[in-house]
Design a protein around this ligand. Structure first.
Ligand code: DP6
Length: 320
């Protein structure tokens, strides 16, 4: 009745923004991501007969405000007649600040809870269940380069390339660790309802996915860089044109973009991507990691940096 799982966040190179069914949390578009290695969330889940309600601690502190979404995830996965759960969550990076913590959290929660409840689901079923809780979490079930594709009534996941075949480095520039002002789910709905660019976003997504998949297949860094930056800026344009506008960047985000542009002009193989938060993720070839790190470290407004390679998918952790 107890299990622990660990999952790494993933960073989308081709972004998921918008839902076609909020009830089932089905995305409006496919996406492609890389799973990270050294950032992680660990979830311990125990179903305790006699417990009167679910309880959650995050990094040791009771976190009642985050609990409803996790309880819903367990209800969908196991059923409403389940025992209540004790959930203990630990992450080695700031949560809710645009560092993709929901991807690692819901992947780890789904894997641990399915094991604790003895459900016997395979990885693709686990990924679909994690996706019901948070779209990006489905991708964290897999390692390396991962494509999430949309089908009539479901999502499919595929590892396009494993992490050893094309090792890339990611330098995460943290510009603030405060929580983001509007959560992704709510923000996506605002964009869907109000952004004049939303329709074009949907129409052009498949071209970006195809270009990105081809770049990964041929390990063409330049093409990957151009496609990922374009898709990221297109998503932010959809956000900026929403009403109310969704602007997640701060001055340091822009400074970091300028820094990456300067590195590129200097021949460094690096590109940036930014999610629903002010942190910038610089993706580079491993031999350029030190250079990218130094440059971002010296950038005004950067408060912390994380360096990571690409990771494997979510795993169960042996009880100590
Ligand atoms: C900008 O997976 O957090 O990071 O399904 O509503 O939980 P929900 O959304 P979530 O959205 C991630 C949005 C993004 C892009 C991406 O990761 O693809």
């Amino acid at each position: 009745m107890r299990a622990t799982a660990r999952a790494q966040p993933n960073i989308a190179l081709i972004k998921y923004w918008g839902k076609r069914d909020s009830g089932l949390n089905l995305p409006a578009v496919g996406s492609i991501s890389i799973t990270l290695e050294s950032l992680f969330t660990e979830m311990r889940v125990g179903f305790e007969p006699g417990l009167e309600r679910d309880r959650l601690t995050v990094d040791g502190d009771e976190a009642a405000d985050l609990l409803p979404r996790l309880s819903r995830c367990l209800d969908v996965l196991i059923g409403l007649d389940r025992e209540h759960a004790l959930i203990d969550s630990r992450s080695n990076f700031p949560i809710a600040a645009g560092l993709a913590s929901s991807s690692s959290s819901f992947a780890a929660l789904t894997l641990a809870a399915a094991k604790a409840a003895g459900l016997g689901l395979d990885r693709r079923q686990l990924a679909r269940m994690a996706g019901r809780a948070s779209g990006s979490a489905a991708r964290s079930m897999y390692g390396g380069f991962v494509e999430l594709s949309n089908h009539a009534d479901r999502i499919e996941l595929e590892c396009l390339l494993d992490r050893d075949t094309w090792p890339l480095s990611v330098v995460v520039a943290i510009t603030t660790d405060s929580p983001k002002p509007v959560g992704s789910s709510e923000a996506m709905e605002i964009s869907r309802r109000t952004s004049p660019f939303y329709g074009r976003w949907l129409e052009t997504q498949q071209d970006d996915i195809d270009a990105c998949r081809a770049a990964i297949g041929s390990r063409d860094f330049e093409r990957l860089a151009a496609t990922a930056e374009h898709n990221c800026l297109k998503m932010h344009s959809v956000m900026w044109a929403s009403r109310p506008p969704l602007v997640y960047w701060n001055h340091a985000t822009l400074e970091c973009m300028r820094c990456v542009r300067a590195l590129q002009a200097d021949g460094v193989a690096v590109f940036f991507t930014i999610d629903a938060g002010p942190q910038l993720k610089a993706v580079c070839l491993p031999e350029h990691t030190a250079r990218v790190r130094e440059a971002l470290e010296a950038t005004s407004g950067v408060v912390d940096l994380r360096i990571t390679g690409l990771g494997a998918g979510a795993t169960l952790v042996d009880p100590h």
